[in-house]
Ligand binder design. Structure first.
Ligand code: HEM
Length: 355
């Protein structure tokens, strides 16, 4: 590219505005009943959807950087900074996506009826980028809600279907996190085993609680003990998405997050929870907005509409294990001290420091 070319560049050309701003076609104008007059709110409807797709594009772009870094084994510590930066950007973008529904809700259900019939079976259900996001985060085909007995991708063109299938065959962010967590050093150093010291601390805490509590609180403590028993009993505890090794590491990172070496891993777990929570909030908000707009009617894509969407909010979560893990956090007062040699291994040491 010549210098001249750079000088000639102007705002509109750089941003491709001729294409972007020419992409709002109000098809309601072609409805014979409207006699060439487009429905006023169709412009809002189109622009909001287009803006969503642009933000989806950014989220997927940021995910690519995160996933590329996590495909390295081991993941270099210095690369955790760009991971955190991209995940923070995804989180802020998701907040915007939730808020954006407020703009759409300035359209009333009656105004929506002016043009809903013109886009026929088109639906957000066919957003290939949204599906890519779900798959790359870690939602598996067998975990998806079935709608009308069909797979989610029957409504997509063949090329999009093939591209999504290719993503399904690559490691998702969830799997990459799981592998990364499973490799966490310090959880088992040979002489120190976090799981053993944590188990001993838990039962000591529960015994003390039992001794010190009034009789009416004892059944609560027994229930807590049962859930811990279940956690410790099985090699691979049932009902969790993460492997036992990854769960133990996530618990370790949560409990000892004050150690400098665990700051970034803790931040990453926290951001994964933010992403899961915000996507769930978006699903709920979208489902409520859909109920406000079309009540209990079926969706234009053929699902049961509101009912289907509400269920996806609870069932299409990817990092819910990280939330559930809080059941098993114990207070700092009951937390076992890390052995001195492990603490030393975890510390950042400035080599030039005076002895
Ligand atoms: C008046 C506004 C809207 C209505 C009435 C509406 C309605 C629906 C309905 C009923 C579904 C379920 C599938 C179906 O049967 O069609 C759906 C799915 C979906 N919509 Fe919307 N929608 C609206 C706005 C939006 C916006 C602004 C977006 C942003 C991209 C969006 C994205 C999606 C996505 C991604 C799905 C698939 C969700 C899933 O399967 O988990 N929708 N929508």
């Amino acid at each position: 590219m010549s210098d001249n070319h750079l000088k000639d560049m102007d705002y509109g050309t750089y941003l491709g505005l001729d294409r972007i701003l020419d992409a709002q076609r109000l098809i309601s104008a072609a409805d014979p009943k409207r006699k060439g007059e487009p429905a006023h709110d169709e412009m809002l409807f189109i622009i909001v959807h287009q803006a969503y797709e642009l933000w989806f594009k950014l989220i997927l772009f940021e995910m690519s950087r995160v996933q590329e870094i996590f495909s390295d084994i081991p993941v270099a510590d210095r690369d955790l900074r760009p991971v955190v930066a991209s995940m923070e950007r995804i989180v802020e973008t998701l907040k915007l996506l939730v808020q954006q529904l407020d703009v759409l809700e300035t359209m009333t259900p009656l105004d929506f009826l002016e043009f809903r019939h013109v886009f026929r079976s088109a639906s957000g259900f066919q957003s290939a980028q949204f599906r890519e996001l779900e798959i790359r985060l870690g939602l598996r085909r067998d975990e998806r809600m079935c709608y009308g007995g069909h797979a989610y991708d029957v409504v997509l063109p063949d090329a999009a279907k093939a591209a999504l299938e290719a993503w399904e065959n690559k490691p998702s962010l969830f799997q990459q996190f799981e592998n990364w967590l499973s490799r966490t050093p310090f959880v088992d150093t040979g002489s120190y085993k976090f799981w053993d010291s944590y188990r001993a601390a838990v039962y000591q805490m529960l015994d003390e609680d039992l001794q010190n509590s009034p009789a009416e609180d004892r059944s609560k403590i027994d229930n807590t003990r049962e859930s811990f028993d279940e956690l410790f009993a099985a090699e691979e505890p049932e009902g969790w998405r993460f492997s036992a090794k990854a769960l133990q590491a996530a618990l370790f990172i949560n409990m000892y997050r004050d150690q400098p070496v665990l700051h970034q891993p803790y931040r990453i777990l926290h951001l994964a929870m933010d992403i899961d929570e915000l996507l769930t909030v978006w699903r709920y908000r979208h489902a409520l907005m859909v109920q406000r707009m079309i009540g209990m009617k079926s969706g234009s894509g053929g699902s049961t509409g509101h009912r289907y969407l509400i269920e996806t909010a609870e069932r299409h979560r990817v990092f819910s294990d990280l939330f559930r893990l809080s059941t098993f956090l114990i207070p700092r007062s009951a937390r076992p001290e890390l052995p001195e040699d492990v603490q030393k291994q975890m510390a950042f040491v400035y080599e030039g420091a005076a002895a």
